[in-house]
Design a protein around this ligand. Sequence first.
Ligand code: GNR
Ligand code: NI
Length: 167
Amino acid sequence: MALLDILTYPDKRLRQVARPVETVDDRLRQRVDDMFETMYEAPGIGLAAVQVGMGERVVVIDVSEDKDRPLCLVNPEIVASSGVEEMEEGCLSLPGVYGLVSRSAEVTVRALDRQGEPFEMQADGLLAVCIQHEIDHLDGKLFIDHLSPLKRRRAIKKLEKAKKRES
Ligand code: GNR
Ligand code: NI
């Protein structure tokens, strides 16, 4: 297992659209394990492969209190959604920035699991939000893209200031 570096804004790789996984093999499972380790250590409730410089459609999620419900989605697709819910979001790739985002309240997701087996699941609450946030990453989207232009500009200013202090 290995801890991976998490890319942060404005890294251009966060804007690339990830390609579908063709075969779920041991190499991929190794990366998935590394992603879980990186997510738990961060700590975060989800992580998309894009955030660790891997251009494939893979996400890991664990929204459980005890961090004992790992969920791996390969090539995830939202096949149904309903309702609207607003939640305060953050992102490991946008450190220090938070904002209210409006998304579907319930989603049905189709994906492959860690063994490459197709499955479908329904989610609501924080899990539904997290799934949509992670699939956005696979399409090169960040949660700040959902904010109003004014709030987005404020968020970007904050990120740029933090970057400057770093260097
Ligand atoms: O750790 C995370 N918390 C979070 C809180 C509200 C909505 C979405 C998230 S996902 C985020 C981890 C992350 O950046 N995943 O891409
Ligand atoms: Ni994120």
